[in-house]
Design a protein around this ligand. Sequence first.
Ligand code: MN
Length: 222
Amino acid sequence: MLTLCLSLLLLTTDSSNQLTNKKEEVMKFELIQLPYAPDALEPTIGKETIEFHHGKHLQTYVNNLNKLIQGTPFENKTLKEIVAQADGALFNNAGQTLNHNMYFTQFSPYGGGRPTGALAEAINKGWGSFENFQKEFVKAGTELFGSGWVWLSKDKHGELVITKEINGSNPVVHGLSPLLGFDVWEHAYYLDYQNRRPDHLNALWKIVDWDIVSQRFNGSKK
Ligand code: MN
């Protein structure tokens, strides 16, 4: 708690200094709005998890990102460009902002079911069946040691690939187009599932909005 208070104090001091020292402070990146109520994904993801994950963790990544790009050549770049080109703290915070922006907008209380159309065909081509893809995806997320993400992405030839990304990385660093990401940082599931990461990952299928994932696959949604 002391650490938290000190951090808050430092953040407050830092913000006020910036306001007085800078002629204008443009917060380029903003916290995305959730497309559902914080309790709408229950019981798959609890209200408290969503509130901490979106309101605290993501907000911190966005705040750090905005501070770190000030006065650098990254100020006028897109989020994906920053993730693909930056390193160190900027890479970590930009990566986590991109990861979570995609994560929170790929779920819906009306989600679940299975993909259709071209995305379904590409999944069948890659893994034989949707069920086999789900199994391989959860396996990759379960085997990832420590914090990170498991992603379904599209490569330059339109083929699908599953990658494990450590910490705040994102498939754009490999030249891939990310479509669907499951967060395996403990902050994503510990309040609801404790150490049962595979249970959490398997439950997430119930809330995936395949229309959004298809739009990403078809290139109509970033
Ligand atoms: Mn997270």
